[in-house]
Design a protein around this ligand. Structure first.
Ligand SMILES: NC(=O)c1ccc[n+]([C@@H]2O[C@H](COP(=O)([O-])OP(=O)(O)OC[C@H]3O[C@@H](n4cnc5c(N)ncnc54)[C@H](O)[C@@H]3O)[C@@H](O)[C@H]2O)c1
Length: 335
C-alpha cells in the first residue's frame, strides 16, 4: 500500500511507519508538523530506506496536504496527528481544537476529493471513565477533558463523512500505549527517567487510576489490520491485554530501575481525572488481530530501551521539557 501517515513522527505514528515499511513493504510518506512531541529522530531507523519519505507540514494546511498527497500517490490516509497530552489540553486547549477539528476536516476533504480510504486513530478516552466492565464500540461517547472531547468530535466528523458522502472511513480506538520513543511527559517514560535520575516520582492523587495498557507495536499492528480488513464506516477498539493502577506501574518501575521507593510522592490530582478506562476488543479480534505483548514483559523491555537510548531522550530532557515540567509539577527536575 502507499500511505500518507499524518503525525507519523510522534510516538505511535513512528512505530506504525517502521512496522509498515520494514515488515509489510508499504510505501509510507510521513506528514508531520513536528510539534514539541514530533521528532524526526523517531524515524531514524527508516532514514534512507526505499519507500520512505518525510514531509513537514500541518494537517490543517490544505495546500500542503494536497501537495503531500500528490507527491506520495497515497491510496489511504492514516491520521495519528494530534495533540495528545491531557494536562496540556487543560492548560492550553486551543491547539487541540485546531488540530483535531480543523485538521481532521482538511484531511477528510482531501480524502473525499480523491476517493481515498481514511483511517482515524482514536482513543478509549472518548468513552470517558468506567468503574466496572468494559467499553464496546456501541458505548456512548462521554469524554471529560478538552483532549478527549476534541478527539470525540473528530471521530464524529469522520463518521459523518461515511454516512453523508460514502467516504470509506474506519476508526481505530486504542487504550493507553507504552513503548520506546514515547515523549517523557507521559506516565511511563516520565517515571522511568525520573527514577533513573533520582528525581521525585509524582503520582496524581491516590494513584488508583486504572489504565488498560497496550504496547505501541500491538496498537500499530491493530491499526494496520483494520486498514486492511476493517469494514468501511465501522469503529474498532484495540485494548491491551492487561489493566494496572498507576501506582502499581510506578512501583514496578521503581523495582526495574533500582530506584528508591521513597522517591514516590503523591501530588494534587489532575482536575476531572478519569478513574478507569477499559476496552473490549472482541470486534477487532474477530478480524484476526490479538495483542502479542503482555504488560510485564513490555514494561521491562521499555525500561531497558530508555536506559540504552540516552542519545534519544537526553536532548529532550535538557530542553524546553524542563520548563514544562516545572510549570506542571511546581518543581524543577534535579537530575
Ligand atoms: N499515547 C496513547 O496512549 C494513545 C492511546 C490511544 C490513542 N492515541 C492516539 O494516537 C495518536 C498518536 O498518539 P501519540 O501518543 O503517538 O502522540 P504524540 O504526541 O507522540 O505524536 C503526535 C504527532 O502528531 C504531530 N502533530 C500534532 N499536531 C499536528 C498537526 N496539526 N499537523 C501535523 N502533525 C501534527 C506531532 O508533531 C507528533 O509527531 C493520537 O491521535 C492519539 O490521540 C494515543
Amino acid at each position: 500500500m502507499r500511505l500518507l501517515v499524518c503525525g507519523g513522527a510522534g510516538f505511535i505514528g513512528s512505530t506504525f511507519a517502521r512496522l509498515r515499511v520494514l515488515e509489510h513493504g508499504d510505501e509510507v510518506t510521513v506528514y508531520d508538523k513536528l510539534t514539541y512531541a514530533g521528532r524526526e529522530e523517531n524515524l531514524r531507523e527508516l532514514a534512507g530506506t526505499p519507500g520512505f519519505t518525510f514531509v513537514k507540514g500541518a494537517i490543517e494546511d490544505e495546500a500542503a496536504v494536497d501537495a503531500a498527497l500528490e507527491c506520495s500517490g497515497a491510496e489511504a490516509i492514516v491520521n495519528f496527528a494530534a495533540e495528545t497530552h491531557v494536562d496540556r489540553s487543560i492548560a492550553e486547549p486551543d491547539a487541540f481544537v485546531r488540530t483535531h477539528a480543523l485538521g481532521t476536516y482538511v484531511l477528510l476533504e482531501a480524502a473525499r476529493e480523491r476517493g481515498l480510504r481514511y483511517l482515524q486513530v482514536s482513543t478509549d478516552e472518548v468513552y470517558g471513565s468506567i468503574e466496572v466492565g468494559t467499553f464496546t464500540e456501541q458505548s456512548p461517547l462521554a469524554p471529560s477533558s478538552p483532549y478527549s472531547a476534541t478527539k470525540a468530535g473528530a471521530d464524529l466528523l469522520v463518521a459523518s463523512y461515511f454516512h453523508t458522502y460514502g467516504l470509506p472511513t474506519v476508526i481505530c480506538r486504542g487504550s493507553n500505549n507504552y513503548g520506546p520513543y514515547q515523549y517523557p511527559e507521559k506516565l511511563i517514560p516520565l517515571m522511568v527517567l525520573n527514577a533513573l535520575h533520582g528525581d521525585a516520582l509524582p503520582v496524581y492523587g491516590d494513584g488508583m487510576q486504572v489504565r488498560n495498557w497496550i504496547h505501541a507495536r500491538d496498537f500499530s499492528r491493530a491499526i494496520g489490520h483494520v486498514l486492511e480488513h476493517g469494514e468501511a464506516g465501522e469503529v474498532y477498539n484495540a485494548g491491551g491485554p492487561d489493566e494496572e493502577a498507576n501506582i502499581a506501574v510506578v512501583e514496578r518501575i521503581v523495582e526495574l530501575t533500582g530506584a528508591d521507593r521513597a522517591q514516590i510522592e503523591h501530588v494534587t490530582d489532575r482536575p476531572g481525572h478519569d478513574r478507569r478506562y477499559s476496552l473490549s476488543s472482541e470486534k477487532v479480534r474477530a478480524l484476526g488481530w490479538e495483542p502479542e505483548v503482555r504488560f510485564e514483559q513490555g514494561l521491562a523491555e521499555t525500561v531497558a530501551w530508555y536506559r540504552e537510548n540516552e542519545d534519544w531522550w537526553g536532548p529532550i530532557r535538557s530542553g524546553s521539557y524542563r520548563a514544562y515540567y516545572e510549570r506542571q509539577y511546581g518543581r524543577a527536575l534535579q537530575g
